[in-house]
Each structure stands twice: as C-alpha cells, then as structure tokens.
Design a protein around this ligand. Structure first.
Ligand code: HEM
Length: 127
C-alpha cells in the first residue's frame, strides 16, 4: 500500500469515506436528511480541505467549523457521533493507504473532531 501523495489519492480517500459515511446508521442522516448535501458541490470542498492539510497546498477556502453549527441546532452533534465519524475515517484511511500522510490524516481528524465536539457542546449549553 502507498501513502497519500497526490490529489488523486485525496479524492479516492474522500470518495471512499463518503461511500460509507452517507449510509452509516448513526451519522448518515446528518448528510442526507439534515444538510441534504449535494455531493457534486460538497466533495470538491472536502478534497480541497484534505489536500491543504495533507499535501500542503492551500487550496481550501472556508471555515470547517462554521457549517456544523446549524446541523448541531437541528440535532445535537454528540461525542458518539464524532467517535463514529472518526472510526469510519480511520478505517477508510487504513484500508487504502499507509505512511506518514496516512497517519497525519488520522491524527489531524482526531484533533479537529475534539475541538469541534467541544464547540458543539458549548454552543448547546449557552442557549
Ligand atoms: C459527527 C461528525 C460530523 C458530521 C455529522 C459532519 C457533517 C457534515 C455535513 C453535513 C457537512 C455539509 C454542511 C453543509 O454544507 O451544509 C459538513 C461539512 C464539512 N465538514 Fe463535517 N461533519 C462531521 C465532522 C467533521 C470533522 C471531524 C471534520 C474535519 C476533520 C469535518 C470537516 C468538514 C469540512 C471541511 C466541511 C466543508 C466545509 C465547507 O463548506 O467549507 N467534519 N460536515
């Protein structure tokens, strides 16, 4: 297995992750029922986000935290949801890649998920 080194690798990783996460019994509904995402618009943002992090090309423009607050208002985004997200992410990474960037993909996701989870809980308790 190879490491994640090209845009094509990033796209494959994100596509395989979304194949799984969208039909996930615990968190799939955030994507399909709450945000009702249009994959043709959403996926390129995710490719850019991960390309920025993993390949160091600053192609992502946006705020990855901001879009989650409205979801959290409809249905509380709780630790169990973040844990599942991370579980699917880690499995997708390990099923397809190995190497330094693959490990970075997992640790960065874990760090961001922790911060996001904290912010979502805070947003709820301050209402
Ligand atoms: C339970 C966990 C999560 C759920 C259910 C979730 C769900 C979603 C949904 C539905 C969107 C689309 C929002 C919209 O366009 O209206 C989105 C966007 C996004 N998510 Fe998550 N997410 C989760 C965790 C994470 C984590 C841990 C990360 C980062 C490692 C992340 C990164 C992003 C990014 C970069 C976007 C695109 C932001 C933009 O539009 O620029 N998400 N997420």
């Amino acid at each position: 297995m190879n490491d994640i080194t090209t845009r094509q690798d990033v796209e494959l990783l994100v596509n395989r992750f979304y194949d799984q996460v969208i039909k996930d019994d615990l968190i799939g509904f955030f994507f399909t029922d709450i945000a009702k995402i249009d994959l043709s618009k959403h996926l390129p943002k995710m490719y850019n986000f991960w390309e920025s992090i993993l390949l160091g090309n600053p192609v992502y423009e946006g705020n990855p935290m901001r879009v989650h607050f409205p979801l959290n208002e409809v249905t509380a985004m709780e630790e169990k949801h973040f844990n599942r997200w991370l579980q699917v992410w880690e499995k997708t990474v390990h099923d397809n890649f190995e190497g330094e960037n693959a490990e970075t993909a997992i640790t960065r996701a874990l760090n961001i998920a922790r911060i996001m989870s904290y912010k979502m809980t805070n947003a709820r308790s301050s209402e």
